[in-house]
Write a protein that binds this ligand. Structure first.
Ligand code: GLU
Length: 317
């Protein structure tokens, strides 16, 4: 018998420091969107880069989400049948997916150094990523074996010459020709770390996620992920991307904006004050008045969320 499809959203943060307003908005929208459809929420900690994401940051983040009233049904502290919920503990699953792709001849080793990648001067994407020129795709098995004697390779996926189109739940129709706009992309780095693109697909599918809510900076990752869903024969979730939150000066939020971090906010504002102001900024609270996540459920609608970047006005927080 097929499993009944329960709507399921997720929080998938990479805890590389204390959370900031951008992370909070992401979790708030994911929470509202899932809860409004009667869905469950999974918390998955994306700590593949264990040096940048030590466990103490993850624990702090879990405490912060609880303080904000953004609860989850499956994940650290909540149990669930699809764990473990830390990516650093799921590498055997990523290896199995990689093997599955490799068995079908879709994976090849890449020996390019960072300098070589940049020097290959393939056009850069708008988001600053380099389009891989395909240098190592053409190596013979003998050449690859010889190079492997001196340098551990990264592993790349052969992408087809084809346009991938999808309809984002908020941003509308998006399309990309992966061969032209991205090139063969990484599945595993030369130091053995699995790539985000592979891990996120394996995990969202394994955890039964039906709805992915995340910032528009990941919109351009979606065609790569859709290709992986297809190649791994896994059902793809619905994707809903929301506009980025920018500092008052129009730049991306970063460690420079210390006042946007929960570290600073928590001393000055209650959880309901933070959520109410964020919801106002994102179009679904008529004023900046304090509201809990539960209260915001009542009026939440994706229709009122803008599609352009959201600039945090001076003095709002
Ligand atoms: N872990 C990613 C981040 O924190 C998000 C991944 C996703 O939502 O697909 O940026």
């Amino acid at each position: 018998m097929e499993r009944a499809i329960i709507p399921k959203g997720r929080f998938a943060p990479s805890p590389s420091g204390r959370i900031h307003l951008g992370n909070i908005l992401c979790c708030l929208l994911a929470w509202l969107s899932a809860r409004q459809s009667g869905g469950r929420i999974v918390l998955r900690v994306e700590d593949l880069d264990t040096a940048r994401c030590p466990r103490r940051y993850a624990l702090q983040m879990e405490e912060d989400l609880r303080w904000l009233g953004l609860n989850w049904d499956e994940g650290p502290g909540s149990g669930g049948a699809d764990g473990p919920y830390y990516q650093s503990e799921r590498t055997a699953r990523y290896q199995a997916a990689l093997d599955h792709l490799a068995d079908r001849g879709l994976v090849y080793p890449c020996f390019c150094t960072r300098a070589e990648l940049h020097a290959a001067s393939a056009p850069h994407r708008e988001d600053g990523q380099v389009v891989y020129a395909g240098t190592c795709r053409r190596l013979t098995a003998a050449e690859a074996a010889e190079r492997a004697g001196t340098r551990a390779p990264a592993l790349r996926l052969r992408v087809p010459e084809e346009e991938i189109a999808f309809t984002d739940g908020h941003m509308g129709v998006c399309r990309e020709n992966l061969a032209r706009d991205c090139g063969d992309f990484l599945l595993r780095r030369s130091d053995g770390m699995f790539a985000y693109q592979l891990a996120v697909v394996v995990d969202d599918a394994a955890m039964g996620v039906t709805q992915v809510v995340r910032g528009a900076d990941l919109l351009s990752s979606t065609p790569r992920q859709l290709l992986l869903y297809r190649l791994l024969e896994l059902p793809a979730p619905e994707f809903i991307h929301f506009p980025l939150l920018l500092a008052a000066d129009g730049r991306r939020l970063s460690k420079r904006n210390a006042d946007a971090g929960l570290d600073s906010l928590q001393g000055r504002l209650t959880a309901a004050e933070i959520l109410g102001k964020l919801a106002y900024l994102a179009g679904f609270n008529s004023s900046a008045e304090p509201k809990t996540a539960e209260m915001l459920l009542e009026d939440f609608s994706w229709d009122s969320v803008p599609r352009e970047d959201l600039r945090i006005p001076e003095g709002l927080f």
